[in-house]
Design a protein around this ligand. Sequence first.
Ligand SMILES: [Zn+2]
Length: 121
Amino acid sequence: MTTPDSPHRLDKSVSSALPSSKMTLGEWQSIIQTMYSRKDETRGVDGTFMWFMEEVGELAAALREGSPDELAAEFADVLAWLATLANISDVDLERAIRLKYGNGCPGCGQSVCRCDMAEKP
Ligand SMILES: [Zn+2]
């Protein structure tokens, strides 16, 4: 769950700014850039990373005992904070993912991973 003072607290007014249909990861990153970049740049990478990790912890808790709605909200928060970190680190997430995973598993090159279970793919 998002803490009340979290700068990424979901706001009902934000939902009206979001596209109602599908969006690409690039569009998502751009929305987060518009929504939060001024605050995020002021906070810096170190402070933003701490918020990101807090959200990862909240996702862990929701995976263990959250309702389906709480779980979905925590996934959204983690993705939002990851996009924020990418924005202030000048990383284009869509490009990064295409480069690393666009031709299959980075370990074995297959579209269905065949790496040994003991290996990190
Ligand atoms: Zn693999």
